[in-house]
Each structure stands twice: as C-alpha cells, then as structure tokens.
Design a protein around this ligand. Structure first.
Ligand code: GDG
Length: 488
C-alpha cells in the first residue's frame, strides 16, 4: 500500500496517542511577519514540514523552533507558544529566541561555516572557532531545556532535525531517560578522514549518541557514521544490524531516504492553474524555444551551479545547431548571504552567466536566464512541467528534493533528469542521466543526450522514476521512522 497523509494519520492515531510528540528544528513551520503594519503568517515550503505537520496535527504535538520572523514575538503567549495552523489550530508551536551574537555563532558560524562544509566534501575549508562553538552549545542547551519543559515528565517521542542540534539528544535523554529520542541528519555524513579534523568531534558524537535512533538518507552515510564512531570514541559498533552501544546505551543507526508528496505534486502539475502559470512563465521569460532546461536551487556552493553553466557552455560550443533553439532557466534563491563563501559563489555565478551569454547571444536570444528570486511553489511546478530536462548537479548532497519534485511534476513524455552521481537521490533514481559534475565534457554530452534521447526510452525511464518516488514518498519516510521508534 502506498503511504499517504491518511495512512500516516492512522498510524499516529493508533499508536502514538499515549505519547507527547515533540519535534525540534532550527526552522519553524509557521513564521509571523509584518506586511505593512499587518501581521501575516507564512508557511515556508519544506519537505520536513509536509511530513511532520500531519503527525503533529493528529497527535496534538509540540514543535520547538527558532522564532526568526520579525513579528513572531508579537503573537506568542507568556510561554512563547502559539497554536497553529493559525486558521485551524491543532498543535503548539513553541518558539525560542536568540540575540544577534547567538544566532551568528550557532547558526551562521558553527552550523553553516563549520558543520556544513565539514560534512559536504566540496573542498571548502570548515572554520573552527571557539566562540561559535560556545554559542552552538548554548543554543543546543536552550533547545534541550525547552523540549524538556514541554515533555514535563510525560511519556514522549522527541524527533530532532539536523546538524543544528547534535548536542541536544544527550541533554534531553539524560533529563528524561524514558523519552524516545530520534535525530534525522539531512546532509551527508562524510568519511572518518574528513570528520576527524573537527576539534569537537568527540562532543558531537557523544551528543548524537544520546539518541535512541539516528537517521541518515542512505546506507553510505550510515556506514561512514559507524566508521567515524569506531575511530572517535570507545563504543561497541555493530555493522551488521547497524547500532552503537556506548556507556550501556544503544543507538540504532538507519537509512531513511527522505522524499516529497509525489501524488499531490503530480495532481497539481495536471491542474488548469499550472497551465495558466506555464503561459505566464513563457511570456515573462520569453521561453518560446524548442528545448528548455531548468534548475532550481538555493544558491549554495554544494549545488554545482557553476559546473552546470560550464557544461552548458561546452554543449553550445560543440553543438551550434542548438543555438537559438535552446534556453536554460535557473531559479536561484539566495541563502546564508552573510557568509563570505556564499557571497563568493553568487559573484562567480553572475560572472559566468554574463560571460556565457555574451559569448553566444545573438538577435534576441540569450542561452541562460538566471532568475535570482524565490519562485512560488506553483511557478516551480510550472517550470518543471514545461521543461524538457532538469539539471541537478550537486557536488555533494544528502538527498536533493528538487530531483524528486521534478520527477513528480514533469510530463513523462517530455522530461528528462540530469542528476549528479554525488546526490543521495541518485541511489533511487537510477534511470536519470547520471553525471559527474566535475567532468565538463561528459556533462555537456549528457545535456545533448537529454535533448536527443528517443522519446520511448525517455518516457519509460521517467515512468519508472515516477513510480519509485510515488511509492517511496515523504509519508513513508515519516512512517518508517515512527515505526522504528515505537519498537525501541
Ligand atoms: C537539505 C539537504 C536534503 C528551491 N528554490 C525554490 C524552492 N526551492 C525548494 C526546492 C526543494 C528545496 O527548496 C531544496 O531542497 P533540497 O533537498 O534540494 O536541498 P537543501 O535545501 O540543501 O536541503 C538535502 C534536504 O535537506 C531534505 O532532507 O534533500 O540534501 O541539503 O524543496 O523545491 N522552492 C520554492 N521556490 C524556489 O525558488 N517554492
């Protein structure tokens, strides 16, 4: 049976009723912000929210997160709580606050200038800064204390998200030995040679091993983690039924490939509104060419954006017959722009696009359209539906949801996916046109293949990938994690 929002809710209703279900993540599922002098509530699109929102609604749970919206403080009660969704309250969002120095050290510093480059092997040196580490510990403590306060001694399941919260599992478990604690790691876990340079590796591993369950996207990250632990702390590592026992406490280590709500994306892609959005996009960006390629990424140095532009350059150089017949549109929403490496990658992308467009443009045709803004999810689906191929060329990526969103939204008769072999998604989407983003010549050939592949083969590959994503959807991800936790 294919998992769905309904089967997930059923599982929660049947099995989770006696537990207080608490989620903690850096990012909140609902943000309050000013629009003029009115306060509005935004629901940022994210796979994790799609999966966990129904769990929290059905279990009347609590979500603890950093209140980052400029109007967040205005709407909470005396305990920093607000009932969400605001128009139909079903669960509690508990916000925690940080001042600028704390956010700088914990979020921009240790999370995104230390752990992010440390875990993504893309040759950006991580920064190891004592002050960042101090703030990271402080904010982990704040998260843990808030979770402990919400549990209030009750039977609880605590589901922590990502690399921002490595120290919290141990703190929560020590205060509440009966709580079942899981942490899901959304990014890659690198090999031990890479991780061993971290001066605080022991504290991080010990913090994580406070959890009862650690989830990674793929088996490869699980293996890397087991080996890292083996080399870092005194613990019993079982590689057959992956688990680690340290100081008498056992942590299961498992792969859970995250995914998307494939059915709702493909239903939306077939709706009349999307036809309308396609018309608008064609008009706005002059997308009236025979072959259209698309990419949608946060502007991040792990996503291989310059590499794909270099491949497009080479493709155009080798295949002049596609000049004025081909256009590539890149949606690139800016992120973490306070960090120098992110400013640098943004400048590099600008320069590259300008040079390539200058080299080839003629009459009214420019081969690359770079749109540096956030698209609405409807626009994004429309872009996927109208494109002949999508490029995901990450240098290293935990999973990559864009690949799965594209597969769900595209027209099976028309679409092709060019996918980096260094994404977690490449394990499941074996029918994609695989590329090594570091190899421009074969990458350029992959673009040609995406355009020229016989229609039947293209459709067959896409249908198989659509089936894979439909079956292994975001609800299955959540169900599998909950099922394992219940067995502990
Ligand atoms: C981390 C891991 C893992 C992008 N631009 C727009 C937009 N997006 C959306 C995409 C997609 C999401 O952002 C990006 O998700 P990814 O998975 O591709 O990448 P990260 O943000 O790096 O996420 C990654 C993920 O966590 C989940 O575990 O897969 O490996 O790095 O959903 O569609 N959405 C809209 N407008 C945009 O302009 N609406």
């Amino acid at each position: 049976m294919v998992s769905s929002k309904e089967t997930l809710k059923e599982l929660v209703n049947k099995k989770l009723k006696k537990y207080t279900f608490v989620v903690a993540s850096n990012r909140e599922p609902y943000i309050h912000t000013y629009s003029g002098d009115k306060i509005i509530c935004i629901k940022p699109a994210s796979g994790v929210t799609t999966a966990l929102d129904p769990v929290l609604r059905a279990s009347k749970g609590i979500w603890v997160a950093h209140g980052a919206g400029d109007a967040d403080k205005k709407v909470v009660d005396g305990k920093n709580r607000i009932q969400v969704p605001p128009d139909n309250p079903e669960y509690t969002l508990r916000r925690i606050w940080m001042n600028k120095a704390e956010e700088d050290g914990y979020y921009y510093g240790f999370s995104n200038e230390t752990l992010w480059p440390l875990c993504h092997i893309v040759y950006n040196k991580p920064k190891f800064d004592e002050t960042d580490w101090k703030y990271y510990k402080l904010i982990n403590e704040r998260f843990a204390k808030t979770v402990i306060d919400e549990i209030d001694g009750k039977q609880a399941i605590v589901f922590l998200q990502d690399y921002h919260l490595t120290l919290a599992p141990k703190m929560i478990k020590e205060a509440n030995p009966n709580a079942k604690v899981a942490l899901f790691w959304h990014i890659p876990w690198p090999n031990p040679e890479v991780f061993r340079i971290c001066p605080w590796k022991k504290e991080i591993i010990e913090g994580m091993l406070g959890a009862d369950l650690l989830g990674f996207h793929i088996g490869y990250h699980v293996d890397n983690f087991l080996e890292t632990v083996n080399q870092t702390v005194e613990a019993q590592v079982d590689k057959i039924r992956p688990s680690i026992t340290m100081g008498g406490h056992k942590t299961l280590i498992r792969p859970y490939p995250i995914s998307v709500d494939a059915e709702s994306i493909s239903a939306e892609a077939d709706s009349p509104e999307i036809e309308e959005a396609i018309k608008n996009l064609r008009h706005t960006f002059d997308l009236n060419y025979e072959f259209i390629g698309v990419g949608a990424d946060r502007v991040d140095y792990t996503k291989g954006i310059p590499e794909r532009f270099k491949a497009i350059d080479l493709f155009l150089e080798k295949n002049p017959k596609y000049h004025k017949k081909f256009v590539y549109i890149q949606a690139g929403s800016l992120s973490r722009i306070h960090i120098t490496d992110y400013k640098d990658i943004n400048d590099e992308i600008n320069d590259l696009v300008e040079n390539i467009n200058w080299k080839y443009s003629s009459d009214h045709w420019t081969p690359i359209i770079l749109v540096r803004r956030h698209f609405s999810s409807k626009e994004l689906i429309a872009l996927f539906k109208l494109a002949n191929f999508c490029v995901v060329s990450s240098l290293h990526d935990g999973m990559n949801l864009v690949a799965k969103e594209y597969v769900s939204a595209c027209d099976a008769e028309k679409g092709a996916l060019i996918l980096s072999q260094f994404t977690g998604a490449s394990r499941e989407l074996a029918d994609a046109i695989m590329v090594n983003p570091y190899a421009p010549a074969s990458f350029a050939d992959a673009i040609k293949l995406a355009i020229e592949m016989p229609k039947e083969e293209k459709a067959e590959r896409m249908r198989r990938m659509k089936e894979t994503v439909r079956e292994n959807n975001i609800y299955r991800w959540a169900e599998n994690i909950i099922q394992t936790l219940l067995k502990i």
